[in-house]
Design a protein around this ligand. Structure first.
Ligand code: CS2
Length: 491
């Protein structure tokens, strides 16, 4: 029988970075694949370069599945780097304790109050911030947030737990702290600060606490980037082949990794630059480049690919009609909306994206990228679309992105988008299905979705844009995705 990966079975030479000291300095919300292949790797490497008390307390959202697997392996797991030119397996040893947000509220609040902890990092996905698409503010009516606001001392959401934890910290010692979002958000730090502050205000926090938070809790902006698919049986097999060990929590990832961070850490930080992270005063520009070109392009590839029944992103991107639509989306619709960082060469960046999207060894799934569309598109589409519309230009590929998302994830009655689209998870599916219950035609269906509060009013009030989204959805339903994409391309 193959031995389990743990501290005694693994060869120390395959451990990435030095083993962290037992003391923890970072509390991380969202123990998913992305965190484990990105910030965790950077932290392990940073500690190898400069030892420090930066072990991580890892908090899973709901289930004990990952935390139990990691606990059984002394917190160790492997990252399998899958690149056409290189494949490698590294073992990470940087998490020191595991909790589950839905169940361990008191322990999480206590951990945030503990002055040993100086940074909170977040990968809770766009959905975890509960942003109201219409107003851009915290959606206090969403059921999870409303439940936490009704009982703010026993919160179950990351936002509620951060606020309760910071209030306890203020009361206990008032030590400074940084809250670092590692999600694909516009101005990630500012957005997180706004969500945390709005939650605190709605929960009745007093002015002294809010003033302390304003001065002592920093929210650095950051751009994060690494394509990390969900693990498969193949990932486990790679680990077993490379290490001769069984790993029940491995993570596959591409070779590319990038992290651009604003250097605003009120309580100190690991030497992340030793791992390749870039500290920059142009973070917001990098965030836009990545959010619009990579993530915006990714969404279009996923929805066109889903409708074309392509299982993976490289298979989708290999279809000429998808590559052409994506290139036009990037060059014509997204690029003009971005104030570029110094020395940034868009053509090189776009070429590198097409290379990364072609990684067949990685085999990223179309359904992964297509999931959570309502909350992802809110970050990617509205501002560039409004920027183009203000110049009198119709952002054809952005309209097509929205139409293709609707056809995949909340399909009009009688339209079968196929198994790939069916596998995409849409967090607002119930709400959107209810909103479209009375729709008879594709136009009525699409308009009901546009009016359901996913996007800002200013965008959905634009009649020309609405008409285009309707037209492309009608085209997809009647003629199919390929002729419809051809129409959009020729305009
Ligand atoms: C993707 C991202 O899920 C998505 O929509 O665009 O997960 C993407 O793979 C990462 O942001 C890459 O850094």
């Amino acid at each position: 029988m193959t031995q389990q990966l743990n501290r005694t079975s693994v060869n120390p030479e395959s451990i990435l970075g030095a083993s962290a000291p037992d003391r923890t300095g970072i509390i991380h919300f969202g123990l998913g694949n992305f965190h484990r292949a990105h910030a965790a790797v950077n932290t392990a490497l940073a500690m190898a370069a400069e030892p420090g008390d930066w072990g991580i307390v890892g908090i899973a959202n709901r289930s004990r599945k990952v935390t139990s697997a990691l606990e059984a392996q002394d917190g160790l797991y492997s990252v399998v780097t899958l690149d056409p030119a290189e494949e490698r397996v590294d073992v990470l040893d940087v998490h020191r304790r595991f909790l589950v947000a839905a169940e361990d509220g008191p322990a999480i609040i206590e951990a945030i109050a503990d002055p040993a902890h100086r940074i909170i990092t977040l990968t809770i996905s766009e959905t975890g911030y509960h942003i109201d698409g219409r107003t851009g503010k915290l959606d206090v009516a969403s059921s999870d947030i409303a439940a936490d606001l009704a009982d703010p001392e026993h919160p179950r959401t990351p936002l509620g737990q951060i606020v309760a934890g910071l209030r306890a910290r203020f009361a206990a010692n008032g030590e400074p702290m940084a809250v670092l979002s590692c999600d694909n958000l516009l101005s990630a730090g500012n957005t997180t600060r706004a969500a945390v502050t709005q939650f605190a205000q709605a929960a009745g926090a007093d002015a002294d606490f809010l003033a302390w938070m304003g001065e002592n809790v920093s929210f650095p902006n950051a751009m994060v980037d690494r394509i990390v698919p969900a693990p498969t049986d193949g990932t486990r097999a790679e680990v077993e082949e490379a290490l001769g060990l069984q790993d029940d929590a491995p993570v596959p990832a591409e070779l590319f990794s990038m992290w651009v961070i604003e250097d605003k850490f009120a309580g100190g930080r690991p030497k992340w630059e030793a791992a390749g992270a870039i500290f920059s005063d142009e973070v917001e520009k990098y965030e836009l480049v990545k959010l619009r070109l990579l993530n915006g392009g990714h969404s279009l590839i996923a929805y066109l690919g889903g409708l074309d029944r392509q299982e993976t992103i490289p298979d989708s991107r290999a279809q000429d009609f998808i590559a052409d639509a994506t290139r036009q989306a990037l060059e014509v619709d997204y690029l003009p909306s971005i104030d570029l960082p110094r020395d940034f060469v868009p053509a090189e960046y776009i070429d590198s994206l097409f290379r990364r999207w072609s990684n067949t060894v990685l085999g990223d799934k179309t359904a992964r990228v297509g999931s959570d569309g309502s909350t992802k598109l809110l970050q990617r589409v509205p501002i560039p679309a409004l920027t183009a519309l203000a110049k009198g230009v119709m952002p054809e590929q952005l309209a097509l992105t929205v139409s293709a998302w609707i056809c995949c994830c909340v399909p009009p009655k009688g339209f079968e988008p196929g198994p790939i689209a069916d596998a995409m998870i849409e967090p607002k599916a119930e709400q959107l299905k209810a909103a479209t219950a009375d729709a008879g035609t594709v136009r009525e269906h699409v308009e009901a979705i546009l009016d359901a509060g996913v996007f800002p009013d200013e965008l959905v009030a634009n009649q020309a844009f609405r008409d285009r989204v309707v037209e492309y959805a009608e085209g997809i339903v009647t003629d199919g995705v390929r002729p419809t994409a051809a129409t959009a391309l020729q305009r």
